[in-house]
Design a protein around this ligand. Structure first.
Ligand SMILES: [Zn+2]
Length: 394
């Protein structure tokens, strides 16, 4: 999700990252506080004081966001959900989970923990703002208010906002159907996002350009996130319990280790247009895998004499999968390693090849059927090995 991010520091064992887009937000916040907010809240101070207040306010805001996300992360860890880290980006913060919550109760508590932290911070800052110098009172009153707004905004029952996650958890617990619960919560999220976009457009048209643009962009972001989250759940539901063997191609084309790279390119890469081939001896024992990147790393004039054995990679965790493994785990492994093909190994025997393309085709079919008929799509069942073009069975 984040291409350009830096690890800023870590807290309670969680890595906190800063996305490049966040710098724009930091500048905007300091500017708005210094020029627009504090001169109104505490008039008559020196310009330099407003700058210091602006910087302190921005630091306080970002610390508040980190604490909100830490609230989510600590509860997630308590329920054994691995967290990939906390990232600050242009629309705030996000605690990235590596897996879905184990149950509705865990999700409800995890989603609620963030707004709870924000409410506690709001109360704390508002108490602190009761007395002190004018600048202090304005700064703490601002931080108290913004934490209150953060809590209120996040509690809106629009998935994937925290309130939407709590709604999904409640529906999930009620009907024990994660897919239905996600669909309802995501529809609420989508509706709210469209309202936000419309309100943003109205703002831009009526002269509130910055505020309107901001609502418009947040609406777009939420809309995308609601759709993605729903698709992810659908992918998980579609593939969960379906073994890799259901989707793999059996008897894949293998490459001899003594083949020259020139032959490999002409007779395999160009002919079959696969980006990875398993390398195997004549008796079928797999030795490794060769990918287009391996060949590309060798200068063209050496292709005639270098062999596959010299450039191939060993088979391991990143490029293989068990035929009985969950297809969803295979998808996760592909996403993590960036490989679009995995070698399916049964013990030390080559069982087949699993291609991302086949998994995605099945998923696209599922999405289409769901959209078209309103009926739940069929789940893959154990059955005869799949033939090309018949991944979906009714
Ligand atoms: Zn949150």
């Amino acid at each position: 999700m984040f291409t350009y991010r830096l690890r800023a520091f870590s807290m309670f064992g969680f890595d906190i990252y800063v996305d490049a887009s966040w710098i724009l937000l930091a500048v905007l916040v300091v500017w708005t506080l210094t020029v627009g907010v504090f001169p109104v809240m505490a008039p008559g101070l020196a310009p330099a004081t407003y700058w210091w207040m602006g910087i302190a306010g921005a630091i306080g805001l970002f610390a508040s966001i980190v604490l909100h996300e830490l609230g989510h992360a600590l509860v997630a860890r308590r329920y054994g959900m691995p967290i990939a880290g906390i990232t600050l980006f242009i629309f705030g913060g996000v605690a990235e989970m590596r897996s879905e919550p184990p149950g509705p109760k865990a999700e409800f508590l995890m989603a609620g923990a963030g707004p709870l932290v924000s409410i506690a911070l709001a109360v704390l800052f508002l108490v602190l703002s009761a007395a002190g110098p004018v600048a202090w009172v304005a700064l703490t009153a601002y931080l108290g208010t913004i934490n209150g707004i953060l809590a209120a905004f996040n509690l809106i029952p629009a998935f994937p906002l925290d309130g939407g996650r709590m709604l999904r958890a409640a529906l999930w617990g009620w009907k024990q159907d994660l897919r239905w619960a996600t669909r309802v919560a995501a529809a609420a999220g989508n509706g709210f996002a469209i309202l936000l976009i419309a309100w943003g457009v109205l703002g831009v048209v009526t002269g509130d350009f910055v505020g309107g643009m901001w609502r418009f962009l947040i609406g777009l972001f939420l809309r995308g996130a609601a759709t993605t989250a729903y698709r992810q759940v659908l992918a998980r539901e579609s593939f969960a319990g379906a073994p890799v063997s259901r989707f793999m191609t059996r008897n894949p084309v293998t490459v001899d280790p003594e083949l020259t790279l020139r032959h490999l390119v002409d007779d395999y890469f160009y002919r079959y247009r696969h980006k990875l081939f398993p390398v195997a001896r004549e008796d079928g024992v797999p030795l490794g895998a060769v990918r287009t990147e391996h060949v590309a790393a060798v200068p063209r004039e050496e292709w005639e004499r270098r062999t596959v054995r010299e450039v191939m990679e060993a088979l391991g965790e990143a490029n293989t999968i068990d035929p009985d493994a969950d297809a969803f785990d295979a998808l996760a492994r592909m996403r993590l390693s960036g490989h679009s093909r995995l070698v399916v190994l049964e013990g030390d025997r080559l069982a087949g090849i699993l291609a991302l393309k086949d998994l995605l085709e099945f998923l696209a079919l599922n999405l289409e059927l769901e959209a078209g008929s309103g009926r739940p799509p069929a789940r893959p069942r154990p059955g005869p090995p799949r033939q090309a073009g018949s991944a979906f069975r009714h």
